[in-house]
Design a protein around this ligand. Structure first.
Ligand SMILES: Nc1ncnc2c1ncn2[C@@H]1O[C@H](COP(=O)(O)OP(=O)(O)O)[C@@H](O)[C@H]1O
Ligand SMILES: [Mg+2]
Length: 264
């Protein structure tokens, strides 16, 4: 009989570099104007992050990008996106919130520091890829981390997949704002596979999304933006999941209802 002297304990998935994000409420001077006036910021105290993936969901205009961008700036990423060594002009509006955010790294002893990082901003994928081109043209091995060609020679969706599969190395801290924007359902499934590979490689991510496909990722916390702040919800409770399911089950019934509301 063979004795198992060292029972195999699976290391936890994910990077766990940032335990939580805290708002220094006492340092906020003006609660009456953006970004402090929006409900998710007004009610923010401390937001624990999952060591693998934390999702931010919520209606358009509910504050997902505001939070994500401020967190990105706080973590040292350019406000326009990219990795920490990209140099874009930074925008004042977000830095006001980032200045009063604290990143709590108390799990750090165990987790160590991330060795890779990337912030993908929803609105600036195209200019960001132009920036990548400018950097890569000067690099000793141009596009070495981009599969040998400029991301501009790929479609938006393909360029994002190239970023995920080629450029991101793992053991990283990644912030993505609506990464599904350019992706077919099939490619969103592919993204799930690559996200999982990065998580298994010790990465941590914060992702703002509307995608019911991405949100199904199991090693994750989901926070929904509401009038009374961020609330942790289960996948099935998210509006993205409920509405999509309802629509897919009975599209004609949903449209009847929608058009009846519109018709006088
Ligand atoms: N630079 C800005 N100045 C003033 N208000 C802004 C600015 N950016 C966004 N807002 C407002 O803040 C709210 C949250 O926006 P945003 O964070 O982009 O939402 P989401 O990403 O959830 O769609 C919206 O009502 C938006 O109009
Ligand atoms: Mg947004």
């Amino acid at each position: 009989m063979q004795l198992e002297l060292f029972p195999c304990v699976e290391p936890p998935l994910g990077g766990g570099f940032v335990a939580s994000v805290r708002l220094h409420r006492e340092r906020v001077e003006d609660w009456g104007s953006y970004p402090f006036s929006i409900p998710v910021v007004r009610h923010l105290e401390e937001l624990p992050l999952h060591r693998a993936v934390t999702f931010l969901v919520g209606e358009n205009g509910s504050g997902k990008s505001t939070l994500l961008e401020a967190l990105a700036v706080r973590l040292g990423f350019p406000a326009e996106g990219g990795s920490r060594n990209y140099h874009f002009a930074t925008k004042d509006t977000h830095s006001r919130l980032s200045e009063v955010l604290a990143v709590v790294r108390d799990g750090m002893q165990a987790a160590g520091r991330e060795s890779d990082g990337f912030f993908l901003r929803a609105e600036s994928f195209y200019p960001l890829m132009t920036q990548v081109e400018a950097y890569e043209r000067e690099a000793p091995h141009p596009y070495g981390e981009w599969g040998g060609k400029s991301p501009h020679e790929r479609s938006h969706g393909e360029a994002f997949l190239a970023l995920l599969t080629l450029r991101l190395r793992g053991r990283g801290l990644y912030l993505f704002d609506e990464p599904e924007a350019a992706l077919s359902a099939q490619r969103q499934l592919a993204v799930l596979t690559h996200l999982h590979a990065l998580v298994k490689n010790g990465s941590q991510m914060v992702i703002a999304t509307h995608s019911p496909i991405l949100l199904a990722y199991p090693h994750a916390l989901i926070y929904e933006c509401h009038e009374d702040g961020l609330q942790q919800v289960r996948y099935e409770e998210t509006e993205a999941c409920r509405l999509t399911r309802e629509f897919m089950l009975r599209p004609e019934r949903m449209m009847e209802r929608l058009f009846a509301e519109e018709d006088p």
